[in-house]
Design a protein around this ligand. Sequence first.
Ligand SMILES: NC(=O)c1ccc[n+]([C@@H]2O[C@H](COP(=O)([O-])OP(=O)(O)OC[C@H]3O[C@@H](n4cnc5c(N)ncnc54)[C@H](O)[C@@H]3O)[C@@H](O)[C@H]2O)c1
Length: 437
Amino acid sequence: MKLCVVGTGYVGLVAGTCFAESGNDVVCVDNVAAKIDALRRGEVPIYEPGLEELIRRNVAEGRLTFSTDLAEAVTKSRVCFIAVGTPEREDGSADLAAVLSVARGIAEVMDGHRVVVTKSTVPVGTHAKIRAAMAPVTRHPFDVVSNPEFLKEGAAVEDFLKPDRVVIGAESPEAFKIMHELYEPFVRTGAPILEMDNASAEMTKYAANALLATRISFMNEVANLCERVGADVEFVRRGVGYDRRIGHHFLFPGVGYGGSCFPKDVQAIMHTAQANGLEFPLLAGVEAVNDAQKRRLVEKVVDEFGPDLRGKRFAVWGLAFKPRTDDMREAPAIVVIEGLLARGAEIAVHDPVALNAAKRVFGDRVSYHRVNYDALPGADALLIVTEWNEFRRPDFDRMKQLMRRPCIFDGRNIYEPDIMREHGFTYVPIGRTTVRV
Ligand SMILES: NC(=O)c1ccc[n+]([C@@H]2O[C@H](COP(=O)([O-])OP(=O)(O)OC[C@H]3O[C@@H](n4cnc5c(N)ncnc54)[C@H](O)[C@@H]3O)[C@@H](O)[C@H]2O)c1
């Protein structure tokens, strides 16, 4: 099938590449010329495991191309995906300007029937707005399909190639049929393609993200209570997670959720609720807990070192909002580092892939280190903010020699208190007893 994907970010680039990988001819379109030029030179603007190799292969085999020319891409394509950003507006609602402008742009140039598929996360009712934006500018028929994306950054290619389920909201049997054809190669192991109306498909995405965010905030509250009552949240987490009605996913306490989706999607669903006369107080709580949790690590540092951190040096391992991505959007590390800087601390940071993205956030206010140990010399403490696998088994003796004080604030509970005690570290985890040497 010939298709175009408009918006070449984490979702669009992955979706376009994976559709090409299953044999379709795909044009990935973006209005940022520098991005398209880079992709044409073979440079991948984002870090996502496995993506570069897939892009290279599909470009070499002629199935995947990049363009800034929406008109040409639409003319060549039967199906047009919209995967542009839907950022949060001041009032918490999702900004649909880019989605609607692309929809209008498609309508202006299409020369026959098109299936227009929304992959961006959009509030309930957006399918009708897309239809209303397109109808006045074209005499050709079109289908509007709502096909929310559930991939996780850091495992986006894997998730796209092997989804848990595919959600398709549409009105006509033809649209469902075309979407089935596109997705069948990815669901051969039995994952369902769920057909529904557009509004339910749009709602499904927000409900899923809001529920995941709720689990995280719930467990962070439990962790904070564990600290007060002398329980260990890691025991509690396992004890709860083995209940098959609950499961283990998204029960890890930490420094709060971040990223480009959860914070804005929680806001957007609350906004939709309020616009429809419903408060959704549960999610207001989820958000308040998360905001407070992002500040927990700095509070713990202040408990240990006092409020004035001038003359103190801290190393931070892990900057992006989660491992295996370079995405710094709404990353808890920003709140942590800004909190320390505001108290006069000196900061040395390391992240396996997010240093360039971090430079755009912190400029020259922190020092950057490609090797994790290089951030440690003279540090009064190390803060773990993202749980990269390579942080899990470091050389503790070497760390101790490099640091001014053997002290770790573990925002992701990646170490065991007993082992830290053996190695002679002061160890401050989340929801577990602090170890003091
Ligand atoms: N990132 C995720 O993990 C994820 C997962 C599921 C769903 N989503 C949703 O998918 C959508 C895209 O997210 P993302 O993370 O890929 O965003 P992104 O910011 O990484 O990418 C968006 C891209 O769209 C381009 N763009 C914006 N306006 C354009 C226009 N008018 N014409 C052409 N290109 C345009 C931008 O230049 C950018 O390259 C959002 O609605 C998001 O909520 C994201």
